[in-house]
Design a protein around this ligand. Structure first.
Ligand code: HGY
Ligand code: MN
Ligand code: MN
Length: 416
């Protein structure tokens, strides 16, 4: 049996209804009302498949299919949270492909040598607190309760409080940490979020490495005053200072780092944020990435120095805090060759590819063997309403996921 693209498409349309910005992309932050609706919908489908479901202290959903045994599981899944006005495929299509894989295994009454675990990671996008992959970082012991107490959303509420208010057992996260050996392999299907597969006319990408990243929060404080009565030479203006530092970020990433380095400022807060007031405080976040740590280091060194210079020039108080980091990760060669073989057998045009986006799989790579399947993003667009993937590519990707899971988990029928 093969996967049913009709079932995946119908699930997709049903889940994207849970959206805060209909008509302007998808907005479904973790721990929101829309997130609750999407979780309930998907968990109902999981229960209908006879899966046993556990939700951990930060909201990762872990559902088991097949034999209840100590043998290590094969983990599949992704995330269902989005950025603001994002696309409908990022994360969600990987979860629905995993669900469909389990449906087919059930229909085939597959005899499993390993249970299958469907995981839905919480807060992958970092839309609430500015830190990506929060759920998988907690699951793999990379974030502690104290750190969750210090991470705040734009209303100043901590990740710890938000999880508690979402009725999660946040105090229990230390015991939720996954142990090496619990999971034999993990496979995540995801959209590419770039234009390589489409340009190369491939429907499948077999991911080799996932980029590393560092997220910094920069705070500049100055002297708030009247916009009209304060002469230009008597100002301590943190927005003018921020503008100089942000311009230097682009310069560093373009001209001083490596061709694979990216640096982005996409989140900025200004207080009091009034057109006729010189700001008191400006906070902005810097997202710096590279598969090579040297690229990230060059940008960090340059902007730290520039921040010092600008603060002196403009009489500003400033600080730069590292609030999130993840190392670049090479994925499992054994899982990659398994997927390559399955892709070759299926005849789907595929290529090996690196990921400029980060993924929960990168966090899981130090506790299990990890592989990722990419499907094309048309026009290379993602994190925006224009994000789109074709059904034929979703079908090819999900078929490869099913084949890979079968080769890892399903008992081989012995030729007699
Ligand atoms: O930012 C990323 O790379 C991912 O989409 N959260
Ligand atoms: Mn994603
Ligand atoms: Mn994303």
């Amino acid at each position: 049996m093969d996967i049913s693209i009709e079932r995946i498409s119908s699930d997709l349309e049903n889940v994207v209804r849970f959206n805060q910005t209909p008509g302007n992309g998808c907005t479904r932050f973790s721990y929101s009302k829309e997130d609750r609706q999407a979780r309930d919908y998907i968990m109902e489908l999981m229960s209908g498949l006879g899966m046993s479901i556990n939700v951990d202290g930060v909201g990762n959903i872990r559902a088991r299919f097949g034999m209840e045994s100590e043998s290590p599981a094969i983990m599949i899944g992704s995330h269902i949270d989005t950025v603001e006005n994002g696309g409908k495929y990022d994360g969600l299509i990987g979860v629905l492909a995993a669900l469909e894989t389990i449906r087919v295994l059930k229909e085939e009454k597959a005899v499993l040598d390993h249970p299958i675990e469907l995981i839905i990671f919480a807060e992958e996008e970092g839309s609430n607190f500015g830190v990506t992959m929060l759920g998988s970082k907690v699951l793999t012991g990379k974030l502690t309760i104290d750190e969750l107490k210090s991470l705040k959303n734009k209303n100043g509420i901590s990740a710890y409080e938000v999880c508690k208010n979402f009725n999660l057992n946040i105090e229990g996260i230390e015991k939720d940490v996954i142990k090496k050996g619990e999971v034999l392999s993990m496979i995540e299907l995801h959209i590419e979020q770039g234009a390589v597969l489409e340009t190369e006319k491939k429907s499948i990408g077999i991911v080799q490495a996932i980029t590393g990243m560092k997220t910094f929060k920069v705070t500049l404080e100055g002297d708030s005053n009247h916009a009209g009565t304060t002469p230009m030479n008597l100002r301590a203006d943190p927005m003018a200072g921020a503008a100089k530092v942000i311009a230097s970020i682009q310069h560093a990433a373009r001209n001083l780092a490596l061709p694979t380095t990216t640096a982005t400022v996409g989140r900025l807060f200004c207080t009091p944020n009034m057109a006729n007031v010189i700001p008191k405080k400006v906070e902005f976040y810097i997202d710096i990435r590279d598969v090579e740590p040297e690229g990230i280091k060059r940008v960090v060194d340059y902007i730290t120095e520039r921040l010092c210079e600008v603060s002196k020039e403009d009489c500003l108080k400033s600080r730069i805090e590292l609030i999130g980091k993840s190392s670049s990760v090479k994925l499992s060669s054994s899982v990659i060759s398994l997927m390559e073989q399955a892709a070759a057998e299926s005849g789907a045009p595929y290529m090996k590819i690196n990921s400029g986006a980060v993924h929960d799989s990168a966090m899981m790579a130090d506790v299990t063997d990890v592989g990722m399947i990419f499907i094309p993003s048309i026009g290379g667009k993602s994190h925006c309403p224009e994000e789109y993937s074709r059904v034929e590519d979703i079908k090819a990707g999900c078929s490869l996921l099913l084949k890979t899971v079968k080769s890892l988990a399903v008992r081989k029928s012995i030729e007699i």
